[in-house]
Design a protein around this ligand. Structure first.
Ligand code: AMP
Ligand code: GLY
Length: 424
């Protein structure tokens, strides 16, 4: 089987690494990919939203399956594009159709979905420019801190949490009237602040059946002790130690099942990963967001813990026979540490030579923002550069191995968080 992966991050390198272990895989293509994926398959320099070029690539190379990494092409309807094309419609696409991808593409849509299916989530109301006065009134009824969410995709930056009512009103104005997030903040969801600890649950569904994949916890802030700006994610661990059987049963019963049933009921075609972001408030899990893809860097700890042949799992997604698969998981803990460019998540330089990659032998190295220079060196090409994943009997042991190996790596300006797991 020839497979195309769309995307260029650590998530896509981890998927490529895993798919490459399948005896069913013949040729692997990654568009656009990074330096890490270029060592496993063939990188093709086309963008994930360039559907016409993707079609050419698929037809020219006899590709049998497309695995979509990021949300953008899903929200833009890549799955529908395949289904509507005579030459492409038989090719399975791993990722939901456009209608269902709105679970990530519109916060308001996601909230309405949760309310309709009685899935626990924060209280909310949504507002537009014409109802901004009502928005100010609603803020007054809430207690600090205030959570404001741009409705649309805002490159992970659309959620703002403010400590005072004055700041919250100013932010609402800037989102609704000054288009702070462009079209993404034409509608703003204001919701109740949930006080608790976060975790993510990953689910695979073929639209009929589902499997709950390992849990993970990521560390989003740039600074130690969860301080400073939000990033795409500075590291992750799986499983989450506090996600015991009791909590997982609750999550499955109150959240996962109603989500998959809700998708069916609402006629939202879904063949792919559902990433459910949760906050545990006391003993009650509540949904803070849906993503219609795997997380990054969560993938770098979730995928290595799956022992099954991933090609077989994806085939079962395509055929809607996921019920025939028995998941086999590695019971050990996986931890990943993300190395990032100096300055990230604000302005940073690219093109720095990365040394020491080959010295890492007892961890997995997943490239994120890397490329190959004309001289053949691996160089930095993004904010998040490389994730180092290790296994251990617990998260402490796994993290120690990753940290020891991160020290083998070097590039100008390299930064990483040294306190992962501090809150556990
Ligand atoms: P998101 O972009 O939806 O992942 O949200 C970013 C972060 O905002 C989450 O990881 C949470 O830490 C936080 N967050 C979102 N919604 C809430 C909420 N209702 N209460 C508290 N924190 C929240
Ligand atoms: N690590 C968070 C995300 O992928 O959205």
């Amino acid at each position: 089987m020839n497979i195309l992966i769309l995307g260029s991050g650590g998530r896509e390198h981890a998927l490529a690494w895993k798919l490459n272990q399948s005896p069913k895989l013949q040729k692997l293509f990654i568009a656009p990919g990074n330096a890490g994926t270029s060592k496993i398959g063939k990188n093709i320099p086309i963008g994930v939203n360039d559907f016409a070029s993707i079609k050419n690539l698929v037809l020219k190379n006899g590709i049998h399956m497309v695995v979509v990494g990021p949300e953008d092409p899903l929200v833009n309807g890549i799955h529908d594009f395949f289904l509507e094309d005579k030459q492409l419609k038989h090719i399975p696409v791993i990722g939901p159709q456009k209608n269902a991808a709105r679970l990530e593409g519109s916060k308001e849509f996601a909230k309405e979905f949760m309310i309709r299916h009685e899935i626990p989530t924060a209280q909310y109301e949504s507002f537009t420019a014409s109802t901004i006065e009502k928005g100010y009134q609603f803020l007054k009824t809430l207690k600090a801190p205030y959570v404001l969410k741009a409705d649309g995709l805002a490159a992970g930056k659309g959620v703002v949490i403010l400590n005072t009512l004055e700041e919250a009103k100013k932010e609402l104005k800037s989102m609704l009237l000054d288009e702070k997030f462009g079209k993404a903040s034409t509608t703003v969801v204001i919701e109740e602040f949930l006080d608790g600890i976060e975790l993510s649950v990953f689910v695979l569904t073929d639209g009929k059946n589902y499997k709950v994949l390992p849990t993970a916890k990521d560390y989003k802030r740039i600074g130690e002790g969860d301080t400073g700006l939000n990033t795409g994610g500075m590291g992750a661990i799986s499983p989450v130690p506090f996600a015991d059987k009791e909590l997982m049963n609750k999550i499955e019963k109150e959240i996962v099942k109603p989500t998959v049933e809700g998708l069916k009921m609402d006629n939202l075609p879904y063949k792919g990963f559902v990433f459910i972001g949760l906050i545990k408030v006391g003993n009650d899990p509540k949904v803070i967001e849906y993503n219609v893809r795997l997380g990054d860097p969560e993938t770098e700890v979730v995928i290595p813990r799956i022992k099954n042949d991933l090609v077989e799992i994806f085939e079962a997604i395509g055929n809607q026979t996921l019920d025939t698969i028995t998941l086999e998981l590695d019971e050990r803990t996986a931890a990943t540490v993300m190395t990032v460019s100096g300055g990230y998540p604000e302005a940073y330089a690219k093109g720095k030579q990365i040394n020491g990659i080959d010295d890492i032998t007892d961890s997995l190295v997943f490239h994120a923002g890397t490329t190959i220079s004309p001289e053949g060196h691996v160089i930095t090409n993004g904010g998040r550069v490389m994730a180092i994943t290790s296994f251990g009997k617990d998260f402490k042991e796994a993290l120690k191995i990753s940290y020891d190996n991160v020290e083998q790596l070097s590039f100008e300006g390299m930064n990483y968080r040294k306190d992962l797991g501090f809150d556990l």
